[in-house]
Write a protein that binds this ligand. Sequence first.
Ligand SMILES: NC(=O)c1ccc[n+]([C@@H]2O[C@H](COP(=O)([O-])OP(=O)(O)OC[C@H]3O[C@@H](n4cnc5c(N)ncnc54)[C@H](OP(=O)(O)O)[C@@H]3O)[C@@H](O)[C@H]2O)c1
Length: 278
Amino acid sequence: MNLGLEGKTALVTGASKGIGRAVATELAREGVKVTIVARDADRLEEAARAIQAETGSEVLAVPGDLTRWEDARRAVEETINAWGRLDVLVNNAGSAPGGCILDLEPHHWDQALQLKFMGYVRATYAALPHMLRQGGGAIVNVIGNDGVKPSYWEVTATAANAADINLTLALADQYGSQGIRVNAVNPGPVNTDRWQTLCEAFARDMGVTPEQANAFAAASIPLGRIAEPHEVAWVVVFLASERASFVNGAIINIDGGQRKAYMELLARQTRGDWKLAI
Ligand SMILES: NC(=O)c1ccc[n+]([C@@H]2O[C@H](COP(=O)([O-])OP(=O)(O)OC[C@H]3O[C@@H](n4cnc5c(N)ncnc54)[C@H](OP(=O)(O)O)[C@@H]3O)[C@@H](O)[C@H]2O)c1
């Protein structure tokens, strides 16, 4: 299937590694000119060079911090300066610290909402005027299944993700008539650096080891494993493409059908403080 993305332009936030890098790579493979954003300039430059070498598409690295309005605005402006237009925005730079509510400090909440929610607001705010001027565009928000499957050991992500989902639905409603589609994907566990830190938080709060946390996650997923970053990227690229022309306000889980509560059940059983009633 030809996705109809050849010659389009995109901006992907948080794209020096993990899911964002996989999204930028798959977009570039489709012939999209891609701007990538992250804070660590060296790692970002390395990613841009590698994606360009692998795909033959042009990649622009714009170092920036999505907790800053000015950086979000500059990333969009540099994209417009370089490519003349912005067809696709992928909001992906986000991390909300894992942990139960009494294990979290106030700054963890600030950190989670400033990036995972407000970071998406900032980039969208900067991109929308250009998409409106062009007469269309596509925004894809990489959120997370905590937004629809809340878990008390990831309570900041649960809150920030739910806010992102509602933002997605509201903007899809507002801008669909102007040719701008807004959709979201909700990954479950994905094999990235961030997943390792989430396993450590789960292990700390549940009294198990990070290795056990990882194994419990796989066991909670009917497909029997966690996802690889490119499996998220494939869906994001489809949603950004012409082949998703009638998809607007969709929130798609990419979590292998995860039954999240099963992770906690396995941890309790392992600690011996709760017998499974099966
Ligand atoms: N991995 C999972 O299991 C999982 C599950 C559900 C949802 N998600 C969501 O998927 C997205 C990507 O996660 P990931 O696992 O791929 O994370 P990751 O491997 O840790 O990569 C995060 C990327 O975002 C960048 N970044 C972090 N803070 C930033 C900031 N303030 N401004 C700009 N860029 C920033 C990082 O580079 P710098 O550090 O250099 O800035 C890096 O490029 C996140 O929104 C996450 O919440 C992930």
